[in-house]
Design a protein around this ligand. Structure first.
Ligand SMILES: Cc1cc2nc3c(=O)[nH]c(=O)nc-3n(C[C@H](O)[C@H](O)[C@H](O)COP(=O)(O)OP(=O)(O)OC[C@H]3O[C@@H](n4cnc5c(N)ncnc54)[C@H](O)[C@@H]3O)c2cc1C
Length: 428
């Protein structure tokens, strides 16, 4: 029976989920993360988790950590509410819906939509993995041979294993080497995110904001303003003390994440400025973007924590085909990064992790060969992953003026020719 060693590059949500699952199955795993430590970089605030994410977490986490996730996850009403620029309710739309429901294994009573604090979730996912997680390890490249795969890091060190998983996000070094033709493109949309303690704005918020998944307004330019609550049902530090003391979660206050975004033309310097600016300047800019709106939105933004504001440029992957692999695979944003319009990127990354985890466990048990297992995983993962990329792009086009997804380039044809297949078989 094989005794596998798995190298995971990237300790984001996807990489940690996979490592949790492998650990549960007693498969040797080592995670290499370029950041100096788990909290070296601000990674965002609220995350919308849907049934893909809930399913994956239930599959990969030990029972106590899954219960801790549940105990700290807000269960909002399953609505996204559209408001006008004066924040008056226009309509409430069910989040997701049966037609959008992914195939899943949801247990009776499991929530279908939760709002979680990203730091709290990542903390839970890191629990029990500290001894196999190497920080300050930036992978540069890998080399494969008949017996295994070797990852090479920026400090000259190397690590050897049977399988290498690129869970290294949007600028994935693993993807660059494995799929040099794969494209990540700028969608033309920019956004500024910030965090507002609830107690400062409770009296200013429209009634449903603290209950729904998300509330959003947009104007004729499709410049938008969104609010998403994180109201902890239990204090994270108290819940972890009761359920999983080894997690040692820290105390957190309830907050609302705020987002102001739109096409880069509406930002100073054609959207180049937000990248350079600090938190207070970005907060002022986000308020300025809504200058001609009734004052309610700007007043709410002004209550945000100035240092919490940061800017992002929204990028998307362009769906592509993957050639067959033997030892090196990808998951999450490393292969199918998408715009956050549907709030699904992390969910799909965690779904990948659970699916790949099952595949690796089957190899370890001798039920299937390594190449067969990885290629079956990649077929299924790219099928649902790229379909969510397309869905997010279509929604982003309608709601934020996102550039349409470019057509797939000729490397697809070259790939098909190499495999002697007719392009018409695959054209979308
Ligand atoms: C503002 C914003 C809001 C979002 N909101 C939601 C939401 O509500 N719901 C949702 O589902 N998704 C959301 N997303 C998307 C979600 O954040 C991502 O899809 C998710 O984090 C992807 O997880 P990942 O593990 O694939 O990659 P990441 O979380 O990006 O992790 C990749 C890790 O790899 C490390 N790394 C990179 N290069 C190397 C290297 N060479 N060597 C070693 N390590 C490396 C990085 O430091 C990082 O820690 C949002 C995204 C943004 C930007």
């Amino acid at each position: 029976m094989p005794k596998l060693k798995v190298i995971v590059v990237g300790a984001g949500l996807g990489g940690l989920c996979l490592a949790q699952m492998l650990r549960r199955a007693d498969i040797e795993v080592e995670i290499f993360e370029r950041d100096a430590g788990p909290w070296a970089r601000q990674q965002g605030y609220r995350l919308h988790i849907d049934r893909d994410g809930v399913n994956a977490l239930r599959e990969v986490l030990p029972d106590d950590l899954y219960r801790l996730f549940e105990a700290t996850a807000m269960r909002p009403l399953p609505f996204t509410t559209i408001v006008d620029t004066g924040l008056k309710e226009l309509r409430r739309m069910p989040s997701g819906g049966p037609d959008r429901a992914p195939r899943h294994w949801l247990a009776e009573g499991d929530p279908q939509h939760v709002n979680v604090d990203r730091t709290t979730l990542r903390h839970i996912l890191l629990t029990g993995l500290q001894d196999v997680c190497r920080f300050g390890a930036r992978m540069l490249r890998y080399e494969t041979d008949a017996e295994g795969v070797t990852a090479v890091f920026s400090d000259g060190s190397t690590a050897r294993g049977d399988i290498l998983v690129g869970a290294d996000g949007i600028r994935s070094a693993v993807r660059r080497q494995r799929l040099p033709e794969a494209r990540i493109v700028d969608t033309g949309v920019r956004a500024i995110y910030g965090r507002i303690p609830i107690e400062r704005v409770r009296h200013l918020l429209p009634g449903q904001v603290l209950g729904d998944v998300f509330t959003v307004a947009s104007d004729a330019r499709r410049v938008f303003f969104g609010l998403g609550p994180v109201v902890f049902p239990n204090r994270p530090d108290v819940a972890s003390g009761r359920i999983a003391p080894q997690a040692g979660l820290s105390s957190q206050e309830d907050y609302v994440v705020c987002i102001v975004g739109g096409r880069r033309e509406y930002f100073p310097g054609d959207g180049a400025m937000p990248r350079e600016a600090g938190g207070p300047a970005l907060q002022a800019l986000s308020i300025g973007m809504l200058d001609d709106w009734p004052e309610a939105a700007g007043t709410i933004l002004a209550h945000g924590d100035p240092s919490s504001f940061f800017a992002i440029e929204m990028h998307t992957s362009v769906p592509c085909d993957l050639e067959e692999t033997f030892r090196v695979t990808l998951l999450g944003d490393a292969i199918h990064v998408m715009t956050p319009t549907l709030g699904r990127g992390a969910n799909v990354a965690m779904r990948d992790a659970a699916l790949l985890g099952h595949a690796i466990v089957a190899v370890e048990r001798g039920e299937v060969g390594l190449a067969l297992a990885l290629n079956a995983y990649e077929r299924e993962m790219t099928d649902y992953g790229f379909s969510v990329v397309r869905e997010s792009a279509a929604m982003g086009q309608r709601l934020m003026g996102q550039d349409p997804l470019p057509a797939q380039r000729s490397h697809r044809v070259a790939f098909l020719k190499r495999r002697s297949l007719q392009p018409s078989v695959f054209l979308l």
